[in-house]
Ligand binder design. Structure first.
Ligand code: M6R
Length: 606
C-alpha cells in the first residue's frame, strides 16, 4: 500500500528519497512521485508504475533541493496514473498521503467555491488546497491544526511548504508514521523499515499527533496544537539485509526458508532441556482468562481459524475467531476474562489495528502475534508474541503463515499445561514432535516436480475448489486464497462436509479439486466427500501424508504425499504443496509473483 518518505538534510535528497521508496516497494503500489523545495519552488516528478520509472526520469535524476517528500501510491480515489500519483501540490503546499479522506468530495466543492483548481481525481489533493486556504488567515501550526480537524477518515501525511524550505510537517490519524533522526538530517517514514538504511533512532507518532521536522530537531504536537515530548527508540539493528539470493522471486525464497524460520520460532519458545515453553512476562494469571478471541484478515484470519481447532482440542477454553473488518463494526460484548489476540504479519493492517483499538478503548486484555515487532499493533497491545520469521517481501504470505500458526500452536500447548488440561507426558511428547517439524518441512519441500505439471491443469480450468475437514479446513481456505491471489484463477476453499449443501453443483467434468485428506481423525469422512466429487467428474488432486495403507478410492487424478507426523502438525506440511501450486501456476502464466495485481503487502487502509 501507500508509503511515505520525507528527508530534511544539508545535502541533496532526491536520490536518497528514491532509494528509500524502493524499500517500500514490497507494500504494493501502482505509481510513485517525489517533490523537493529548491530556489523558492516546489519541484515535482511523478510516474506511473514502478519506482524504477521515476528513477529513470531525467528530471528526477537532476532534481536539486535538500528537503523533500516522496511517495508510492496504491490507488483508492482515481486511476493509477501519473496525474493521480503523489505528491499533490497547490501553489504553495505539497502533500503525500496514506489513507482515505472520507469527506473529500464536500471539501473539494468548498475549495472550488473559493477558486481552487484541481488537477487530479484524488482525495489527497484537497489537503494541499485546504492548507493553502487556511494559511491565508492562520500561521503554520494553526493552519495544520485547522486542516487536520476538517479531515474525516484516516491519514499519515508528509507536507512541505514553498515559503518555508526549512521543515517538513508530518501528521497521523489511523495510518502509521515514524520520525527518524540522523546526523544533520531528520526523516519521516510510513514505517521504520523504510528508514532503516538511514537510521535506527525512531519516534512513532500516535493518533492525532503532528510534528515539525527541522534539520537538527523535531517538534511534536498534540491534536490541540500543544507541544509534547516523545521518546526516541533505538531499534535493534540499522538494517536487516534481505535479498532474493539465487531465487527468481522472494516468494520462492520465502517458501524454501520455512524450515529455518520454523526452527527459529521453535528455538525462541521451546526449552527442551526443561521441557517447557518460554513465554516470559505474560501479564495475566491463568485464572484471569477463560476465553479467547482471535482476530485477523486474509491469511492471518486463516491462522486464527487454525488456532481455534488446536485450542479447542488442547484446552477447555471457549475460542471465537473474527475477521477484523467485521469485528470492528459489530456490537461486541467485551469481556474482562477474554484474551483478544490480534494476528498480523505486518502489524499495520488497518482493520486489525482498528479492532485492537476498539479493545483498548474497552480496557480488555490484548495480545499481538506479529512478525514486525516495531509495528503499531505490536506497540499498542498489552503483550506481544513475535513470530521470528524475518522480513517477508512477497505479497502472498507464506513463511509468516506458518510462523503465525506455529506460535498459536505453542500458545495453545502452553495454556493446556497451565490449565492442567494436558498430561505432562503428552505435553513432552508434543514438544519432541514439534522439534522434528523443520526436518519434515525440508523433506516435504521436495515435492516440486510433480506440482509443476499439476499447475498446468489448474491454469487451464475455469475454476477450482479446495476441500478439507477439521485441521485441514483452514489450510484449504489458505490454499484457495494463495491460488486466486497469485494466478487470478477462481478458487474456493470449503469444508468438505459442506459440498452437498450447495457447492457440489459447481462440480463438472474435468474441474480440478484439491482434497486435503491426511490420515487424521477426519480421514474417512473426507475420503467419502472426495469420492462424491470424483463421481461428478472432478479431477482430484489428493494431498495426504505418507502411510503404509493405500488410499482406498478409484479415479484419483493425482496424489501428493507429505511426510507423516502427529495430526496437530500435519497442517504445516499440507500447506507446502499448496504454496507451491500457487507459485508455479503464477510462474507459468508469467504473472508478477511478488506483487500480484491490485494487492498490497501492508493493507493500511480499510
Ligand atoms: O499483515 P497482515 O498479516 O495483517 O495482513 C493480512 C492480510 O492482508 C494478508 O494476510 C493477505 O491476505 C495476504 N496477502 C495473503 O497472502
Amino acid at each position: 500500500m501507500c508509503g511515505i518518505i520525507g528527508i530534511n538534510s544539508n545535502k541533496p535528497v532526491a536520490t536518497t528519497i528514491i532509494n528509500s521508496l524502493k524499500k517500500l516497494e514490497y507494500r504494493g503500489y501502482d505509481s510513485a512521485g517525489i517533490a523537493t523545495l529548491y530556489n523558492g519552488l516546489i519541484n515535482e516528478v511523478k510516474s506511473e508504475g514502478r519506482v524504477e520509472n521515476l528513477e529513470k526520469n531525467s528530471i528526477a535524476q537532476n532534481m536539486e533541493g535538500t528537503i523533500g517528500i516522496g511517495h508510492v501510491r496504491w490507488a483508492t480515489h482515481g486511476l493509477p496514473n501519473s496525474i493521480n500519483a503523489h505528491p499533490h501540490s497547490s501553489q504553495n503546499v505539497s502533500v503525500v498521503h496514506n489513507g482515505i479522506i472520507e469527506n473529500s468530495t464536500i471539501l473539494k466543492k468548498f475549495l472550488i467555491g473559493k477558486g481552487h483548481v484541481f488537477k487530479s481525481q484524488t482525495d489527497t489533493e484537497v489537503i494541499a488546497h485546504l492548507i493553502t486556504e487556511n494559511l491565508k488567515t492562520e500561521n503554520i501550526i494553526n493552519s495544520i491544526k485547522k486542516t487536520l480537524k476538517s479531515l474525516h477518515g484516516s491519514f499519515a501525511l508528509g507536507i512541505v511548504f514553498k515559503d518555508h524550505p526549512d521543515f517538513i510537517v508530518g501528521a497521523r490519524r489511523g495510518s502509521p508514521l515514524a520520525v527518524g533522526y540522523g546526523p544533520n538530517e531528520n526523516y519521516l517514514g510510513s514505517d521504520s523499515y523504510a528508514l532503516k538504511s538511514m537510521t535506527n533512532k525512531i519516534t512513532y507518532l500516535n493518533d492525532g499527533e503532528f510534528c515539525v521536522i527541522k534539520r537538527n530537531n523535531v517538534d511534536f504536537f498534540s491534536e490541540e496544537g500543544t507541544r509534547i515530548n516523545k521518546k526516541v527508540l533505538v531499534l535493534s539493528s540499522t538494517e536487516e539485509k534481505y535479498d532474493k539470493g539465487d531465487y527468481k522471486h522472494f516468494m520462492a525464497k520465502e517458501i524454501e526458508e520455512q524450515p529455518i524460520t520454523i526452527s527459529n520460532g521453535i528455538n525462541e519458545y521451546i526449552d527442551m532441556s526443561n521441557r517447557d515453553i518460554n513465554i516470559y512476562n505474560f501479564p495475566w494469571k491463568k485464572k484471569e482468562i477463560s476465553s479467547i478471541t482471535l482476530i485477523g484478515c486474509g491469511t492471518a484470519y486463516h491462522s486464527c481459524l487454525m488456532a481455534k481447532y488446536w485450542f479447542e482440542k488442547l484446552t477447555n477454553l471457549d475460542v471465537n475467531i473474527d475477521i477484523a473488518s467485521e469485528f470492528r463494526y459489530r456490537k461486541n460484548r467485551f469481556k474482562q476474562d477474554n484474551l483478544y489476540i490480534f494476528v498480523s504479519q505486518s502489524g499495520e493492517t488497518a482493520d486489525t489495528y482498528a479492532a485492537l483499538d476498539l479493545c483498548k478503548n474497552n480496557n480488555v486484555k490484548t495480545c499481538a502475534v506479529v512478525n514486525v515487532v516495531e509495528s503499531s499493533i505490536a506497540r499498542d497491545s498489552n503483550f506481544v508474541l513475535p513470530i521470528h520469521c524475518g522480513v517477508e517481501i512477497g505479497v502472498a504470505s507464506t513463511k509468516a503463515f506458518l510462523g503465525q500458526i506455529l506460535i498459536l500452536y505453542i500458545l495453545a500447548l502452553k495454556f493446556a499445561l497451565w490449565r492442567k488440561e494436558i498430561e505432562k507426558k503428552d505435553f513432552d511428547k508434543k514438544l519432541s514432535e514439534l522439534k522434528t517439524l523443520p526436518k519434515l518441512l525440508e523433506k516435504t519441500l521436495l515435492v516440486d516436480n510433480k506440482i509443476q505439471t499439476i499447475a498446468d491443469t489448474f491454469n487451464e480450468a475455469k475454476g477450482s475448489m479446495f476441500l478439507g475437514r477439521g485441521f485441514s479446513y483452514p489450510i484449504a481456505l489458505e490454499g484457495a486464497l494463495k491460488l486466486k491471489e497469485l494466478s487470478y484463477i477462481h478458487a474456493e476453499g470449503y469444508p468438505a462436509g459442506e459440498m452437498k449443501h450447495g457447492p457440489l453443483a459447481l462440480i463438472e467434468e474435468g474441474m480440478p479439486v484439491v482434497v486435503l485428506a491426511p490420515r487424521d481423525s477426519y480421514y474417512k469422512k473426507t475420503i467419502s466427500n472426495m469420492q462424491e466429487v470424483i463421481a461428478r467428474g472432478a479431477k482430484v488432486l489428493l494431498i495426504t501424508n505418507k502411510s503404509k495403507d493405500e488410499v482406498i478410492s478409484e479415479n484419483i487424478w493425482k496424489k501428493i504425499e507429505v511426510e507423516s507426523t502427529n495430526e496437530d502438525l500435519l497442517p504445516f506440511l499440507l500447506t507446502i504443496p499448496l504454496q507451491k501450486l500457487a507459485y508455479y501456476s503464477a510462474l507459468k502464466k508469467g504473472y508478477d509473483i511478488d506483487k500480484p495485481r491490485n494487492l498490497a503487502k501492508s493493507v493500511t487502509v480499510e
